[in-house]
Design a protein around this ligand. Structure first.
Ligand SMILES: [Zn+2]
Length: 463
């Protein structure tokens, strides 16, 4: 009965601490791009993807104007276009710094030069030209060209300086605005002939990047299911392949291909019986892959499914962590007291390499703990760091918590004649001993000798 009370108290507490979602701020990689800047996330993302880079002094120079050569190079990198090593220059004035990128983009039909055959690499890139290039490199040129005049007018509605947009660029600007690649300024102007800044370019290129990917829109946790904790990742589009990794049973990684999480990702305290907390992070930028990591508590199995839009909800990745069945009424899961021997000022034995026994004992106990918790067993440490704990404190702690088993971990180094593995169980010299303790000691001893391939000194009682 006492054990059940403890377990229920933990579950009730867990429901209360179910915390809010915390979006992580991406720390700034560049001294002159503050975390509150409009283009901050775009610049961070694109720099990690290798599309844009800063200057040697650690700055990004967000307000610096971008020239046509620089913009072309960035787009070629963003799209992962192969740059030929030998080139036949398409433009009369092409030069060595950006020439290969300009040629690669021209071969794709993204960029075109001027009627005189020049490209004018070092001219600033006008915002209207950026719109044309982005529409082409996203494969929307046919769509732009098929727009009717009334559709173009509708797309440009509300743009105060629409008359300044070159007639040939208008369908492209209209499409780019309607797709959300650009936003008109607060004054309602598009400023078509103004040069684009590095920060503005990053924003447009980032919006274009997200259009083709499954963007994480949020993560929801359901802890009211009777048999499981359910984690739902809401996505803007269909994700790519899902892979999972749970080699170490203390966590579960779910990797979602073709996916992006904005900013620095998401942290969420879950606090259910099955999941302690979760994080959502951009794992790789090329290819774009998001990793959801669940910190697992006590569970039986997990299941990951992808759902198509239904019931007013969009694409989702659903991760179910099923509860482990409790024992018969009146019994909870067993509580194992793990007792790493020595600690603090008491180093225990010292190995030939100078390693302290206290550190080996703790490392072993921490590893055992992961497996015990994954198997549904509760654990308690007499020490979980390098502190000095007396024998009485250790046994008081375990007895106070009514531990079912007390496992003391030692790695002894005695004389050369006493090498090998020993497992002790409670007993006295006159033959009084704990039969359960003896069975456990025998089982542990067999597994240890098998695993370590060491000399079997047999189980021995403590008396
Ligand atoms: Zn020892």
């Amino acid at each position: 009965m006492g054990l059940w009370t403890v377990v229920l108290a933990v579950l009730v507490l867990a429901a209360v601490v179910l915390g809010p979602t915390a979006a992580q701020a991406h720390p700034s990689s560049f001294a002159d791009v503050s975390t509150s800047a409009d283009a901050h996330d775009a610049i961070e993302y694109l720099s990690k993807a290798g599309v844009v880079s800063g200057y040697a002094d650690g700055s990004f120079k967000p307000a610096t104007l971008l020239n046509r050569g620089q913009a072309t190079k960035m787009l070629v990198k963003q799209k992962g276009l192969t740059v030929a090593s030998t080139v036949v220059y398409a433009f009369s004035d092409v030069e060595s710094v950006y020439g290969t990128y300009v040629e690669a983009a021209a071969a794709k039909g993204w960029i075109a030069g001027y009627p005189d055959g020049s490209f004018r690499t070092y001219d600033p890139l006008q915002r209207q030209h950026m719109a044309v290039i982005m529409v082409r490199c996203l494969g929307w040129e046919a769509q732009a060209q098929s727009l009717t005049q009334s559709q173009i007018d509708a797309g440009l509605k509300g743009i105060a300086d629409v008359a300044q947009i070159t007639p040939g660029a208008r369908p492209y600007v209209a499409l780019a605005l309607s797709k959300g690649l650009f936003q008109g300024g607060a004054d309602g102007r598009f400023s078509p002939t103004a040069a684009i800044t590095r920060a503005q370019f990053a924003l447009v290129a980032y919006r274009a990047e997200l259009l083709g990917l499954a963007v994480v829109q949020g993560v929801r946790v359901g802890t009211d299911h009777p048999d499981k904790t359910r984690v739902v990742l809401d996505l803007s589009a269909e994700p790519g392949a899902i892979s999972t990794d749970s080699e170490n049973l203390g966590y579960l990684n779910v990797d979602v291909a073709g996916s992006v999480v904005e900013g620095g990702g998401i942290d969420k305290q879950v606090g259910s019986g099955e999941v302690a907390k979760l994080t959502v992070r951009q794992l790789t930028y090329r290819p774009q892959k998001v990793r959801v990591t669940l910190d697992l508590e006590r569970f039986s199995r997990w299941e990951v499914t992808t759902l198509a839009p239904s019931d007013g909800k969009g694409y989702r990745v659903v991760i179910d962590i099923f509860k482990r069945a409790e024992g018969p009424p009146g019994e909870g899961p067993p509580l194992v007291a793990l007792d790493p021997g020595h600690g603090g000022s008491d180093t225990g034995a010292v190995g030939v390499t100078g390693v302290f026994e206290k550190d080996i004992n703790l490392a072993m106990a921490l590893r055992v703990d992961v497996h015990l918790r994954a198997a549904g067993v509760r654990t308690l440490f007499t020490r979980s760091d390098d502190s000095t704990v007396t024998l009485k404190q250790r046994t008081d702690l375990a007895n106070g918590a009514k531990a079912s088993i007390f496992v003391s971990v030692h790695n002894n180094a005695a004389g050369s004649d006493s090498h090998g593995t020993e497992t002790f169980y409670w007993g006295t010299a006159d033959g009084d001993y704990s039969p359960e303790g003896r069975r456990l000691a025998e089982a542990i001893q067999r597994r240890l000798v098998d695993t370590l391939d060491s000399t079997d000194r047999g189980p021995a009682h403590t008396g």
